[in-house]
Design a protein around this ligand. Sequence first.
Ligand SMILES: Nc1nc2c(ncn2[C@@H]2O[C@H](COP(=O)(O)OP(=O)(O)OP(=O)(O)O)[C@@H](O)[C@H]2O)c(=O)[nH]1
Ligand SMILES: [Mg+2]
Length: 635
Amino acid sequence: MKSFIIGTAGHIDHGKTELIKALTGIDTDRLQEEKLRGISIELGFAEFPLSEDITAGVVDVPGHEHFVKNMLAGATGFDMVLLVVAADDGVMPQTSEHLAIVDLLGVEEGVVAVTKADLVDEEMLELVREDVVDALKGTTIEGAEVVLTSSRTGQGLEELKEAVSRVAERMRLKDAEGPFRLPIDRVFTLKGIGTVITGTLWEGGIADEDEAVIQPTGRKLRVRNVQVHGSDVERATAGQRVALNLPGISKDEIARGDVIGTPGHLHLTMMIDGHLHLLPSAPRRLRNRTRIRFHHGTSEVMARIILLGGREELLPGESAYVQFRLEKPVVALYSDRYIIRSYSPVTTIGGGRILDSHPKKHKQNDVSILESLSVRERGDPSELLLLVIEERRLPLSYQELMTWTEVKEESLKPALSSLISKGKVVEIAGNGLSLYITPDILDALLRSMKDLTEEMHAADALKPGVEKEALRQRMDTDLEVDVFETLLSSAVSRGLLELEGGRVRVAGTGRTLTREQSAIKDVLLKAVREGDFSPPMFKELMEVGGLDKNELRDFIGILLEEEEIEQVNPEYFLAKGKLEEVEGLIRSHLSRQGRLSVGDMKEMLGTSRKYSIPLLEYFDRKRVTRREGDYRVSC
Ligand SMILES: Nc1nc2c(ncn2[C@@H]2O[C@H](COP(=O)(O)OP(=O)(O)OP(=O)(O)O)[C@@H](O)[C@H]2O)c(=O)[nH]1
Ligand SMILES: [Mg+2]
């Protein structure tokens, strides 16, 4: 089933609601106030079956200038517009404003109904038709079919349905796969059911019990009871009007403007870079830092516009790259459309496409940003990939590339493979991770990694290398451990660095001791060797070597690594081979006597308790001996 949204547009009282009623049998004006005043205020909804396999959801919008805000909440979901112009009134202010809005929103398809044909003569009808054709010029729906209709007499209704069906036939099916996103346009409570929200499903599909998150509150939940036009469905897909029951959440926790979507898919942002077109009809020039109303999806937030590249103002009819500084967060993605309205008087002045939904804060006069925004505007996946890597200057995972470029997987994958085959991007792997980076940036990162290692190692040359963690932090405290490890293994496999026991050093540069340091090492070793089973303990060794605690620890580290000494405990070290000798003595004593006392040990080794006890404890730990009262026995 092909589903898409037809939205009405047009000036107040031009017969939009009446026309939808005539076409679908549904009166979309539901509110008492609407009935009383005879105008539409809120969005109205109807189902419009066009053929066996095409159904349109109709969103009927109010024409009154005070309710353009409501119109906007509906218009962001339009796939096709049904522009309504009354034959007895012609093109009027909201005809133009609505037309400008659907144009800025990029609605590519449309049909025009000239309504109330019963009220005017042939000549007038032709004048209005010409008027309309002119008004469409230069818009996304230039050349759309114009049908003369009357909801009263039924004239032209069949013809109109056929025109709409022709457009529907050629429309592309929306992507119903992947994560879903639905900007909420209504929230209400139903007795016995609970909170229900409605909206136009922008992308993806949604089924009963699917996990979802509501932004900006971040509320996680499972949706229940998915409905399309009042009937339960197994799965709703992009391009449909959808109602969802949200159990466990109260009506007050949600509002029009919120977005519900697949967890992880919706990201909040307070800044947006975009391409902005200021309408020729805008009443005045737009100055840098002007405060405006920013409409995106069903939301409206206040924002300041920064005209990028040092521009001070934008004239009506001109376009520019801008940054929006939002006063409240919105959920936006690359390539989404937006509309801006002036703060006061409230009127639509422009709009455009989002080029970066999570930009850095730009300086107004920074011209370098213009180039990268033009890459984003062109939207070529390969260019975007290179841009994102260039901006982050780090190896990125496939997931990150998707997040930052916001390019759909089916275009990202081939673009990435082609960049790799051309050598413009390289894949580095390690830690079960595959990361992508340009060869230049990789070289630069590995070079700085090597330089830092060299510098840090030189400052601490007694160590066999630099601690990995210290090196990571020196490079960049935000550098994730996984990414760092992957870079490190690439540096190692390229023969730039080498690893030893968790330490890093420049390849081929083992430890280098100065002559003085070697002499100290020799003195320490000699003292331990000559001490036999009763060598100087740690404190005494400090004196022997004339070293402080940390210095001695370094030297002991070296002697242990070189296997010149062995550790009984952190205070007590024996020369190589001594522990084995003690073990032999203990074992033969035990096989002869069956048990061993501290006194036996002292006698056997010719040492005091100070040495015998730690040695016995060492062999207890080694499970050579076991303590039983005052004695040791075989373990
Ligand atoms: N004679 C005649 N009157 C019509 C026709 N279509 C609508 N009307 C009348 O025009 C008035 C306005 O019609 P609506 O359909 O409510 O107009 P609308 O465009 O929905 O108005 P808003 O939603 O408030 O912008 C109503 O009184 C309708 O009965 C038509 O084809 N012929
Ligand atoms: Mg109406």
